[in-house]
Write a protein that binds this ligand. Structure first.
Ligand code: ATR
Length: 274
């Protein structure tokens, strides 16, 4: 019988994860099934235990359950503990192991797919919610010279910066704090584009070689990337590559094989632009 995996979210119908993992399974010759499962907003733990009882070997977790998954796990990877959120679960012998591959996916997309080294760079991270928290430690591991956090609510950026102070001295504040500062990389980890709102970016953030990276993606240019391009960002990238890379990292956790992401990313990109 094929090994069973799933992604849990709410909503989940438009998730690209089943197609991504199906392609990975074919390219690596793994005998597995991967399904999308809708969990009720107040019923994540029950949905997962039903899945484990049915033989589920592992799962991905997406919005809004990553913090529920963090609490449900009885063992955590170091990166999940740091992130305070779990996007990958492994079920074995009654244990629920929680991992977080989002930050690794972001870093791999930037350094490997885009060929952009983060070492020695000045990075500005926009947002101080769960998405931002999840990528800070993996970004710091790339040894940037500066990692600063800008958030609509300054206090949340300050709290987040302080939470990682044992790893590196981070700055945190509201957007206006960075007026007159420029960065090599600006990463949008806010949820502003979900509501179609644009961010109050100071005008001098980008120089010609700057990379603007949006962890969101969609058909066409995201509002953040549109603004970044107008403000002079040399290079713009959306989060589709991060989506595929975090999936590949989860696949590696489950199956011990890192799938080739290039063809899958190209196919998804063709689907978005086609
Ligand atoms: P996620 O898990 O996606 O990070 P979250 O924890 O709710 O979601 O965090 C959302 C982030 O997007 C926060 O940093 C939020 O800013 P506040 O802390 O000030 O709420 C940010 N955000 C959402 N809508 C925004 C908007 N219209 N403009 C600026 N920032 C916004």
């Amino acid at each position: 019988m094929s090994d069973l995996y799933a992604v849990f979210g709410n909503p989940i119908a438009h998730s690209k994860s089943p197609a991504i993992h199906a392609a990975f399974a074919v390219s690596t010759g793994q005998d597995m099934i991967y399904e999308a499962r809708l969990a009720p907003l107040d019923g994540f733990a029950a949905a997962v235990s039903g899945f484990v009882a049915a033989g589920g070997k592992g799962a991905n977790v997406t919005v809004p359950f990553k913090e529920d998954a963090f609490r449900l796990a009885n063992r955590l990877s170091e990166r999940a503990a740091r992130a305070g959120a779990v996007n990958t679960l492994v079920f074995s012998d009654g244990e629920i192991f929680g991992d977080n591959t989002d930050g690794a996916g972001l870093v791999r997309d930037i350094t490997h797919n885009l060929g952009y080294s983060l070492a020695g760079k000045r990075i500005l991270l926009l947002g101080a919610g769960g998405a931002s928290r999840g990528v800070i430690a993996p970004l710091l591991a790339e040894l940037p010279t500066v990692l600063a956090i800008a958030n609509r609510t300054a206090a949340k950026a300050e709290v987040l910066a302080a939470a990682f102070a044992d790893m590196a001295p981070l700055e945190g504040g509201d957007f206006s704090r960075y007026a007159g500062c420029s960065f090599d990389v600006v990463i949008n980890a806010t949820s502003a584009s979900l509501s179609g709102e644009s961010l109050p970016l100071p005008s001098d953030l980008f120089v010609a070689g700057s990379l603007a990276y949006d962890m969101m993606y969609g058909k066409g240019e995201t509002p953040f990337l549109h603004l970044a391009r107008q403000q002079g960002a040399g290079r713009c990238a959306d989060g589709l590559g991060m989506l595929v890379e975090q999936a590949a990292e989860a696949f590696l956790v489950w199956r011990g094989i890192r799938p080739d992401t290039g063809p899958v990313l190209a196919a998804l990109r063709a689907g978005l632009t086609g």
